[in-house]
Design a binder for this molecule. Sequence first.
Ligand code: G3P
Ligand code: CA
Length: 243
Amino acid sequence: MDSIINFAHRGASAVCPENTMAAFARSLELGATGIETDVQLTRDGRLVLIHDETLSRTTNGSGGVKDHDLKELRKLDAGSWFHPDFAEERLPLLEELLELVQGTGTVVNIELKNTKVPYAGLEEKVIDMVRSYNLSERIVISSFNHYSLRLCKQLAPEIRTGILYMEGLYEPWEYARSVEADALHAYHFAVLPEFVAGAKAAGKVYHPWTVNEEEEMQRLISAGAAGIITDYPDKLAALLSAS
Ligand code: G3P
Ligand code: CA
């Protein structure tokens, strides 16, 4: 069996503030073989890693990510909301994560957060950054914006893409084919063994999210998922080493 990619969702987000360098580094210590993260553009066009389009939940700032230059965003505390021990954490850039994983073999799932904010040029910037680190083979670009994913595939056929969706697609692998996507990033309850088999026959793979219960991890491992996205890479690593 091919090894299942253990994707740490926003880094080790159960024990560190999400989408920080602390969370990414800790996830590797806990056994992650992949890291999932969320990317947006600053006002001055830099690739910054943060889940929400606004700053208030995970930093001491306010307003939209797109309304600030990087210099302002880098002053923000991106860790205290989680625990005072993380007060020095800053919003990371995509290049910092790529530097961290370079040479480690880690797969990075870069989610483009471009459904609510139509960041012009986001696809090109992410692709250029990935190529500049020579990491195309170790990247999966995902998004709920499937037009954006199709554009990524046209711009960079060598980089894998994954369609994010909640539920209810009929023959999801056929839909993935129409978007020219390589992977199905489905909400985990939407993933049935027959879907995984259908996808495999079409040359597609499943990376379900966000799977935090061991029983559900085991179900998806048995179903044939190629990767699992979790807040608990340590739990998944333990299950994978026992199986
Ligand atoms: O990649 C799966 C998952 O991250 C998508 O949802 O809201 O956690 O970014 P969200
Ligand atoms: Ca995400």
